[in-house]
Design a protein around this ligand. Structure first.
Ligand code: ACO
Length: 329
């Protein structure tokens, strides 16, 4: 029997126009361009300004662009998954709202919460529906308005994050391309180092939680860094080893963009050179769900059919994972 795989057949990114650079951050908190650049690799990040705009608005722009460039009608879409930690609202799902804003009706749409690994979790989930034939066209979105949960008086976190959205079209193929293998893992004991303290059922929002700034990202940078360096590199190396992929077989590593030092460590472990690594953290910062689609979007013209691409991510949860895919166009 011919095997059906899920292939990426289109990709589109979107970032809001406002750019917050390191110089401006120097005027907001006690930091420096030199510290931010050497410790993280980030120079600037895009921020969604304006009242009444949320994650779904950025994502809808990406989805509209994706539908247009792939000549896809909204009614052809059977599934929409939005990977985000900054949903428009706790419910309904942001994927429902994005579908409404882009004319997608009756699709199986829901959100995926796996922090910075969310895009990979969503991609693997959607691929299973494509592989079994129950969905013909799926859109996987990674979108986050990180500025909505970032404390701009805390230098520990405010230099790290940016806002962005990316949308990926997945379709079935019988060719030897598409998603070939994946490893997705998690360890919930890592939640103590990276989370948002209030706003959920454990600690509903109140005046006290607002005063204590508990609606912002809380991160203990060093333990997260140590875990991220190890896990992202381990999982990328494991997916190569179990598929007999050598470093020279890899066209591109597409790492989650949280910190240039974590990306470098992963590339070293895989034995791939910098020219094989998609890096744009300097212009966007960590956009959580948005990082991997933004990279693929920016490198789309360089990718060739059959290229071996390794996606790798690490994020809150802790969650981490890696996907091996063969580029399909
Ligand atoms: N400017 C200047 N100094 C700063 C800043 C800043 N913006 N931020 C922290 N510092 C200071 C600290 O106060 C500390 O000072 P001290 O030594 O006097 O106490 C010093 O710099 C070192 O701080 P560290 O936290 O040890 O710095 P580190 O090298 O670990 O870098 C960072 C911090 C960038 C956050 C790093 O730990 C990191 O990248 N962690 C992993 C992030 C990650 O991968 N997150 C997962 C994805 S995010 C998600 O899922 C939502």
């Amino acid at each position: 029997m011919t095997r059906i795989r899920a292939a990426i057949t289109g990709i589109q990114g979107w970032v809001p126009p406002y750019i917050l650079n390191n110089k401006e951050l120097e005027s907001m908190v006690d930091t420096s361009d030199e510290w931010i650049t050497t410790r993280t690799g980030i120079k600037e990040r895009h921020i969604q300004k304006g009242k009444g705009l949320g994650t779904s608005d950025m994502a809808a722009e990406a989805v509209k662009g994706l539908l247009e460039k792939t000549n896809t009608r909204p009614e052809e879409i059977g599934m929409v998954i939005c990977a985000t930690v900054t949903p428009d609202m706790i419910f309904p799902a942001t994927a429902n709202i994005i579908s409404d804003k882009t004319g997608i009706r009756n699709a199986f749409s829901f959100d995926m919460n796996a922090a910075c690994s969310g895009l990979l979790y969503a991609l693997v989930t959607a691929s299973k529906f494509i592989e079994t034939g129950s969905v013909k066209k799926a859109i996987v979105i990674g979108a986050d308005k990180m500025s909505s949960i970032t404390d701009y008086t805390s230098r520990d976190t405010c230099v790290l994050f940016g806002d962005a959205a990316g949308a990926i079209l997945l379709e079935p193929t019988t060719e030897e391309v598409g998603i070939m293998d994946s490893i997705m893992q998690s360890d919930g004991s890592g939640r103590f180092y990276l989370h948002m303290k209030a706003g959920g059922s454990l600690k509903p929002p109140s005046h006290e939680t607002i005063d204590a700034k508990e609606h912002f990202v809380y991160q203990e940078g060093q333990p997260v860094f140590k875990f991220a360096v190890t896990k992202m590199a381990d999982v990328a190396a494991e997916i190569m080893a179990r598929n007999n992929l050598k470093s020279e077989d890899i066209s591109y590593l597409v790492p989650h963009q949280a910190n240039l030092r974590i990306i470098d460590a992963t590339a070293r472990r895989m034995g791939v050179g910098t020219e094989q690594v998609m890096i744009n953290i300097e212009r966007y910062g960590n956009t959580t769900g948005g990082t991997i689609p933004l990279c693929l979007w920016e490198w789309e013209n360089k990718l060739k059919k059959g290229d071996n691409v390794i996606l790798a991510a690490f994020g809150g949860g802790f969650t981490w994972g890696s996907i091996w895919l063969k580029w399909a166009y």
